[in-house]
Write a protein that binds this ligand. Structure first.
Ligand code: GAP
Length: 420
């Protein structure tokens, strides 16, 4: 884990948030390579779950929502973790994550406060006056921006059941103890779908979505033997769920939740109907059938955890060589282009031509003419570049270049016209 965190910082994937001012716990900044990786992952998710299907609709709702949203969803009343404080050193902990029979891990004393529930929503105020009426929250999940637009999508598109609405974007939780790099952050991104179904068909749709999740994880290069299904027992399920499967992954920090698949019943739509006074009923096109409130299956991905799983899987050490075996489709840089020697203008100019043509063709290419070729390959390996192209003296004779494969380190000679 330490090696991955160090690589992420050194090579510009992920930095500590506000590092220059000593950081801000639970926040992380994506650097030039990290932002490309994250966008590639999120775009791949959107392509797989939205664009390539006919039963999915996308939305992008506001992060700050009417506070009634969180009353209806149950977050105002129940979105809390148990908090305990050491009365001696005032360190705070999640009471369900430590043993209160033990001493405080920070100061070694044993003087615990009462356990109290701590609501994890970040509060803010809307408008210039700070009072109870102006209190609002940064959304703790993207899901509610989907539920509150269910009726809009229904009215605009009249979809047949089952259909889903997807949203990706930031979520905020004032976690008591953010930890383990980006695994538990206070600001993170989610990729969620609320899939609306006939209540009688919830189980088969649950299974179908579970199968889709596996297909997507496979595309992200995550091996099946590192993924485990946890059938969450009733006592541990979120307040809205009748069935939840947590997909866990063997992270370097241990086996932990990567994403969740939950059967939320009609919990949210019924609550919204009650709070808003608007009907959430679906009218079947077959008019002999009665209107009803659909039930919901929710696949919920955390982007940070997925990126952590992808990096963990990709990180490979082979003798002296360290490389990121990222799937080509999500690698932040697709190709590195180099002239064999930096001080030979004819090589540099030919390499520039190759570089420009790939860039114009829309590929993510990087230029590297520093150090020797071996060092360039090592640098490219470390950030997961699938292919390195070198322009050498043979290129000047026959318009071929060498392409070196990251995973096998094999080199092939290829005509420039055939590269892309
Ligand atoms: N809408 C349902 C929902 O939000 P959740 O289990 O609370 O369910 C879904 O969160 C996913 O969001 C988790 O499986 C995880 O991947 C991610 N997630 C939750 N809290 C997180 C945090 N503090 N830091 C990073 N990712 C988090």
């Amino acid at each position: 884990m330490e090696e991955i965190v160090s690589l992420c910082k050194r090579r510009g994937f992920i930095y500590q948030g506000s590092e220059i001012y000593g950081g801000l716990a639970g926040t992380w900044d994506y650097g030039p390579l990290g932002v490309e990786l994250k966008r590639n992952v999120m775009n791949a998710w959107w392509r797989f779950f939205v664009e390539q299907r006919d039963d999915m609709y996308g939305v992008d709702a506001a992060i700050i929502m009417n506070p009634k949203t969180w009353v209806a969803s149950g977050h105002t009343a129940t979105f809390s973790d148990p908090l305990v404080e050491c009365k001696n050193c005032h360190s705070r902990f999640r009471a369900d994550k430590i043993d209160l029979n033990d001493k405080c891990p920070v100061c070694g004393q044993k003087d615990w406060s009462e356990v109290r529930q701590f609501n994890m929503m970040f509060e803010t105020n809307v408008g210039p006056v700070k009072d109870d009426k102006s209190t609002a929250y940064l959304r703790p999940e993207t899901a509610q921006g989907i539920f509150t637009n269910y009726k809009n999508v229904l009215d605009s598109f009249y979809p047949d059941l089952p259909f889903g609405i997807a949203q990706t974007g930031k979520a905020f939780r004032n976690e008591i103890s953010p930890r383990d790099f980006i695994f538990r952050s206070r600001e993170f991104e989610q990729m969620e779908i609320e899939y609306f179904v006939d209540p009688e068909a919830w189980s088969e749709n649950f299974d179908k979505l579970l199968a889709d999740i596996y297909k997507f994880l496979d595309q992200m290069g995550i091996p099946k033997d590192k993924i485990h299904e946890l059938e969450v027992p009733e006592a541990d399920r979120a307040h809205y769920s009748k069935r939840t499967i947590d997909i866990e992954f063997d992270f370097p920090i241990g086996r932990e939740e990567l994403l969740g698949l939950a059967y939320r019943t009609d919990f949210d739509l019924q609550n919204i109907a009650r709070e808003s006074g608007k009907s959430m009923e679906y009218r079947p096109k077959d008019t002999s059938k009665q209107p009803f409130v659909p039930h919901v299956i929710e696949p919920s991905f955390g982007v940070e955890r997925l990126i952590m799983a992808i990096l963990t899987t990709a990180y490979t050490q082979d003798g002296d060589r360290t490389y990121l075996k990222l799937p080509k489709s999500i690698a932040p840089v697709e190709k590195v282009v180099s002239p064999l020697l930096k001080n030979k203008p004819e090589l540099v100019s030919k390499a520039c031509e190759v570089y420009d043509s790939l860039k114009t063709a829309g590929q993510k290419v990087m230029w590297d003419d520093s150090g020797n070729i071996g060092k360039r390959y090592a640098k490219a390996d470390e950030i997961g570049v699938p292919e390195c192209i070198v322009v050498d003296f043979t290129t000047l004779e026959d318009d071929t270049i060498t392409i070196r494969d990251r995973d096998t380190t094999e080199q092939k000679r290829v005509k420039i016209s055939e590269i892309s």
